[in-house]
Design a protein. Structure first.
Length: 256
């Protein structure tokens, strides 16, 4: 981990947490949740200072940012979250149809809560996000948004006819018969996908074909698709997947 040493040049490495971290990651002992990570986890439920958090839909820290906002125990107005159409290193991070950026939001937030300038920013949102699909900015009173209806879908072996993937499976609202899909064996799978844009924090341009067209990637992956909808569906809120799988690889990576 050369980057670790370069980023911390000039400070003692021997006996430091960085040394413990490097050894643990190389051995695999720190690849999963354990007491070391729990001791260093940020407990936002203890925060009482007004807090602004922001992220992008393809930011590497997207998942944790919305969880932090949800867990902040303070009233709307004292907490605010912004989610934009960004990767981690999108510059500038523009909000809305104009030229206002997240930097402007930060200045206004500090002006309100550090200088007591009544600029009205506490009345915004408190959840401001870029709705993908309709491609417009929206405000919500809470996260997850009020009125969200959760639906359970199941991976189904029925051919959907919508993809050229290894299985072309379906998503069903009824429990399918017992079965499995097999055949994932491409060690290069995922090298040209939207995941690459996210994991590199934007080092790969968002205009790359890997970000704009997933069909080549699907040929080495499993896909599961719903039947066509009869009307427009607004998808918003947290998602979760329970996946049961096995692999003959020594150190497999599952990306969903």
């Amino acid at each position: 981990m050369l980057w670790n040493r370069l980023a911390n040049s000039g400070s003692e490495f021997e006996g430091s947490f960085r040394e413990e971290f490097e050894k643990g990651m190389e051995s695999g002992e720190l690849n999963w949740d354990n007491e070391l990570w729990k001791d260093r986890a940020v407990d936002v439920t203890r925060f009482n200072a007004p807090t602004l958090v922001y992220t992008g839909w393809e930011d590497i820290f997207f998942r944790s940012t919305l969880r932090q906002y949800r867990d902040l125990r303070m009233s709307p107005g004292r907490k605010l979250v912004v989610v934009g159409p960004w990767v981690h290193y999108t510059f500038p991070k523009t909000i809305g149809p104009g030229t206002e950026t997240i930097d402007d939001f930060e200045i206004a937030w500090f002006d309100r809560w550090l200088k007591d300038i009544r600029n009205g920013i506490e009345g915004l949102g408190p959840v401001i996000l870029f709705d993908q699909g309709v491609d417009e900015w929206s405000s919500y009173s809470q996260w997850p948004p009020e009125g969200v209806r959760y639906e359970r879908l199941y991976l189904d072996g029925r051919v959907s006819g919508s993809a050229t993937s290894l299985n072309d499976g379906s998503l069903s609202d009824s429990v399918p018969t017992r079965g499995s899909d097999t055949g994932l064996s491409d060690p290069n799978a995922g090298e040209c996908s939207r995941s690459l844009i996210q994991f590199t924090a934007g080092a790969v341009p968002a205009t790359s074909p890997c970000n704009l067209d997933q069909r080549p990637e699907e040929r080495t992956a499993f896909t599961y698709t719903t039947d066509p909808f009869d009307s427009a569906l607004h998808l918003i809120g947290p998602l979760a997947l329970t996946l049961h799988g096995s692999s003959t690889a020594i150190d497999p990576i599952w990306v969903a």
